[in-house]
Design a binder for this molecule. Structure first.
Ligand SMILES: *[C@@H]1O[C@H](CO)[C@@H](O)[C@H](O)[C@H]1NC(C)=O
Ligand SMILES: *[C@@H]1O[C@H](CO)[C@@H](O)[C@H](O)[C@H]1NC(C)=O
Ligand SMILES: *[C@@H]1O[C@H](CO)[C@@H](O)[C@H](O)[C@H]1NC(C)=O
Length: 279
């Protein structure tokens, strides 16, 4: 009995650290497929035929700069999706998405980005990255302030979603969001439109995460304050693309973007979204 207790205690010590992922996240799905390692500074999410896995931040954020380094599933990742996104709750939810669609070995991983404002999405922009996202960790950043949302890969801005409330486009500025991430099987649609299925003989499929940082306003219902930081003094609060950054954005969009909802007149025969006239 004592031996049994000791095993339980030492196991508990091993999994409970004071690291970033223990402190700031909670596992929401596939408990035994999510691992927090290296004193809480490294997270792996895995997928096999039995289950995927996912987690979410304990905090809710309303504006901020959120960084995470991700390394995606090596080898044949066809059929798998690794999602990394901010989302609020409810039917008219807001969402800022990075979604990584797997591929067969040697074929490009697709980074799909999207923005939902009060339940309205259909704003995909897709990219093939200029590096192999499975070989090393790279930083994926969202800057979200009252004027705009910026998506970055390392230090390259790949997308801007500006506040266009002036022309009637709903912006994401009223609903706090949590950061979520998960890996799951989407073989029905993810790879070449569902033609290529998940090869379960290659499981486990593993995505790794480290170096999370949220320089952000934390929403707190209790204190009634959405922003304990004096966020207006933080650089991200006024972040906008200068000339050099705009040049990088144009480079990413010209050479690495493979789909843009703002040019898809076949899909939107009744007219493109109003914000597209500025894209
Ligand atoms: C996978 O690779 C094929 C062939 O290069 C490409 O057409 C496709 O867009 C890639 N990505 C996905 C998610 O299917
Ligand atoms: C971790 O991320 C921060 C930015 O959030 C960056 O300045 C730092 O260089 C990163 N550390 C490593 C080891 O990549
Ligand atoms: C926040 O920072 C701004 C700019 O420095 C300052 O004017 C304002 O008084 C500060 N607000 C609080 C609550 O500290």
């Amino acid at each position: 009995m004592l031996k049994f207790m000791l095993i339980i205690l030492s196991f508990d010590q091993r999994v409970k650290t004071n690291g970033t992922f223990d402190r700031l996240f909670e596992i929401t799905w596939g408990d035994d497929h999510a691992n927090i390692l290296e004193d809480g500074e490294l997270l792996t999410l895995s997928l096999d035929q039995r289950s995927g896995s996912g987690l979410r931040s304990k905090n809710e954020y309303l504006f901020g700069k959120i960084d995470m380094q991700l390394k995606l599933v090596k080898g044949n990742s066809a059929g798998t999706v690794t999602a990394y996104y901010l989302s609020s709750e409810g039917d008219f939810h807001d969402e800022i998405d990075f979604e990584f669609l797997g591929n067969t070995s040697g074929e490009p991983y697709t980074l799909s980005t999207n923005v939902y404002s009060q339940g309205k999405g259909d704003r995909e922009q897709l990219f093939f990255l200029w590096f192999d996202p499975t070989a090393d960790f790279h930083t994926y950043t969202v800057i979200w302030n009252p004027q705009r949302i910026l998506f970055y890969v390392d230090d390259i801005p790949i997308r801007e979603f500006a506040n266009n409330e002036a022309i009637g486009v709903l912006f994401l500025n009223t609903q706090p969001m949590r950061l979520h991430s998960s890996i799951w099987n989407a073989e029905e649609w993810a790879t070449r439109g569902g033609l290529v299925k998940t090869d379960w003989s290659r499981a486990q499929f593993v995505a790794s995460y480290k170096n999370f940082s949220a320089d952000a306003c934390i929403w707190s219902t209790l204190s009634g304050s959405s922003c304990p930081l004096n966020s207006t003094t933080r650089p991200w609060y006024r972040e906008k693309l200068n000339t050099a950054a705009t040049r990088k954005l144009k480079w990413a969009q010209k050479y690495h973007q493979v789909y843009n909802y703002c040019t898809d007149t076949l899909r939107f025969p009744n007219g493109l979204a109003p914000e597209c006239k500025f894209a």
